[in-house]
Design a binder for this molecule. Structure first.
Ligand SMILES: [Zn+2]
Length: 371
């Protein structure tokens, strides 16, 4: 089946392959309401004492918190945690349907709504938003293993973060919008069931982006390659070069850009140009120089990226002023680390197998399987 050196994953986490995904977070005093829907009633369980159960027939749950207690439809709970399990089917929250259970918990003066879901189900759900429609099974197998590995890494390391969840539901980690019915993605998950990538017998932080832009990650600065040597790929991915997302352009008028940059550089007056001030060895920009009648102002790339995140796709670009316009021309889409999704798709088209693709993007790792 193309997977080498499989062996059991020995870890203290072995007892449970449930993922805790953060769906919502707030503070006790902001008057929030969370609406949860069931189709055939729910069971409330105290996770500290699982034998303490309460059947509840109402399908519309209005959750809030008052005076140190969870309130569900004004019913007061004495415990700091309440687990809500559907009697049948699934639970809905914010227009998405979730398999597994929902957990309400309070920790360090913060309130959390968490979905506790089986790992394989989670990977299947995540693939809808982390893969691309119409892409072949073999590339979805690559993504299934990367998403599973990333989630396992978060499960293994979550105690360090002192939060009650393993992973966020946004693209800060992996975008997760609950259940769907895509059979092709189910097949990709089933055919790679339990397989993950490991380094020193532990699941790796399997980062990936949309398109690497040909950047060689080992030259990048500010990445802890000692902690994650498998991200220090020292050869270029040339596979994404022919993809439409490899090159991008963004254009602003000097006036438009000045208004945006003023959010960060208040003294800026009459923007004249933007220049690149510092790059790392991978040729990723670290700092820009903004020139106006007010003089020179330096701007870290992270600030620029967050100000222009709808149009600037990566840290690899050139800038030119043409007349009254500023034109950014760049390569790649994302953070340039780990797997390049469009490169992976091209490799599969060229006949590579899913394990070969993953070995290419995460050098020095090996495949293991959960049992
Ligand atoms: Zn690439």
């Amino acid at each position: 089946m193309g997977v080498c050196a499989q062996q059991s994953y020995q870890s203290s986490q072995k007892k449970s392959y449930k993922v805790r995904v953060l769906l919502a977070q707030t503070v006790p005093d902001n008057g929030f309401n969370w609406h949860i829907k069931a189709s055939d009633g729910v069971v409330f369980i105290d996770p500290e004492h699982p034998a303490h159960k309460l059947m509840y027939k109402n399908n519309n749950l209005n959750v809030t918190y008052k005076d140190g207690h969870w309130l569900i439809n004004n019913k007061k709970f004495k415990t700091s945690k309440v687990c809500i399990v559907p009697q049948k089917n699934h639970l809905d929250f914010n227009d998405n349907s979730y398999a597994g259970a929902l957990l309400l918990t309070c920790q360090d003066q913060k309130l959390y709504l968490i979905n506790i879901v089986d790992l394989e189900q989670y990977v299947y759900c995540v693939l809808r938003t982390e893969s691309w429609p119409g892409w072949p099974l073999e590339v979805n197998k690559v993504f299934a293993i990367a998403c599973r590995t990333y989630a396992l890494h978060m499960i293994t390391n979550y105690q360090l973060k002192k939060v009650p969840y393993h992973i966020k539901n946004s693209n800060v980690h992996q975008t997760y919008k609950g259940m769907h019915a895509r059979n092709d993605l189910k097949q990709a998950v089933d055919e790679t069931h339990g397989i993950f990538l490991a380094h020193n017998n532990k699941p790796i932080i399997a980062m990936f982006d949309i398109c690497c832009g040909g950047i060689i990650p080992s030259f990048m600065q500010g990445i802890d390659f000692i902690k994650a040597p498998y991200l220090a790929r020292d050869y270029a991915c040339i596979h994404c070069k022919r993809c439409k997302v490899f090159n991008w352009k963004a254009q602003y008028s000097l006036d438009q850009l000045e208004k945006i940059l003023k959010q960060e550089i208040q003294p800026l007056k009459r923007l004249k140009s933007v220049k690149i001030n510092k790059k790392d060895k991978a040729s990723l920009i670290q700092e820009l120089m903004v020139v106006g009648s007010s003089g020179w102002h330096s701007l870290p790339i992270k600030k620029m990226y967050s100000l222009l995140k709808d149009s600037i796709k990566s840290y690899s670009f050139s800038v030119a002023v043409q007349g009254k316009n500023v034109i950014f021309s760049g390569n790649g889409f994302g953070h340039h680390l780990g797997m390049c999704q469009w490169g992976a798709r091209e490799m599969i088209r060229d006949g590579w197998k899913y394990d070969q693709v993953l070995n290419f993007y995460y050098p020095g790792t090996r495949f293991m399987r959960l049992n």
